[in-house]
Design a protein. Structure first.
Length: 86
């Protein structure tokens, strides 16, 4: 559990050998890490459902950035997976 020095501690984790760090289903945490400049890429899953409410990953406080699409896949269900890098 990281409570202090978030940028420093996450950067230490990113430098360690092993697999990538991944966030599943936590737009609030992802948004906070994004605002701190700690996210290198996004792997988003787009479900073709209109809900009207929910927690947005990107909001008016999100810094504008050009993302580069690395890969997209459309599944038979209509779900689209998108892989972007910063």
């Amino acid at each position: 559990m990281i409570k202090d020095n978030i940028v420093e501690e996450v950067n230490k984790l990113k430098k360690q050998p092993g697999k990538d760090l991944v966030i599943f289903g936590s737009p609030g945490l992802a948004k906070n890490l994004m605002h701190l400049g700690l996210i290198d890429e996004f792997r988003l899953t787009l479900h073709p459902i209109i809900l009207g409410e929910g927690i947005s990953l990107f909001d008016s406080n999100t810094q504008m950035r050009n993302l580069k699409l690395l890969e997209s896949t459309t599944l038979s269900s209509g779900v689209v997976t998108l892989h972007y890098t910063m």
